[in-house]
Ligand binder design. Sequence first.
Ligand SMILES: [Zn+2]
Length: 195
Amino acid sequence: MTNEEVLKTYEDTHALLKGHFRLSSGRHSDRYLQSALVLQYPWIAEKLCQTLAEKVRPLGAQMVLSPAMGGLFVGHELARALKVKSIFTERNKDTDAMELRRGFTVQPGDKFFAVEDIITTAKSIKESIKVLEDMGAKLVGVGCLIDRTGGEVDKLFNVPVKALASLKVESWEEADCPLCKQGLPVVKPGSRAKF
Ligand SMILES: [Zn+2]
């Protein structure tokens, strides 16, 4: 699948919306991405992750790691395509720390690939990676379906980064928003709206 085909798949499933949005950060944007809406179709998730797997296979990972919740389905489908284990970290509600729970085990020297649905700042995935590295496992690469940095994602890691598609999403403070200046009504993603 090409970059355009991946983004078209997101658009067709309404996982990529164009309009005028107020993001959870409070900033305004002309795009909204919600991978859960494309991944709710398992056969599409399978196809996306098979394509990603072709890029990841040469790295020789023995397991795929993803941060819950956003990374779970990508991690699972990617691991299926690679025929390796899929494990995940989750955030402790009390301490806010990423933890490996549910009996998942990692041995020193295990080679793992870390994956997210979308990478913007890489905060969650970096926390997940640290959990496994602290246990002695070795990171061999990082991946995502959509690199939202528009090609800057390579600079966030010192291992190979495999993204299925790249998209630069602009956002602005409300006072600077060009769409507000055009008088276009702003919608909160998730609310019912006409696109
Ligand atoms: Zn605006």
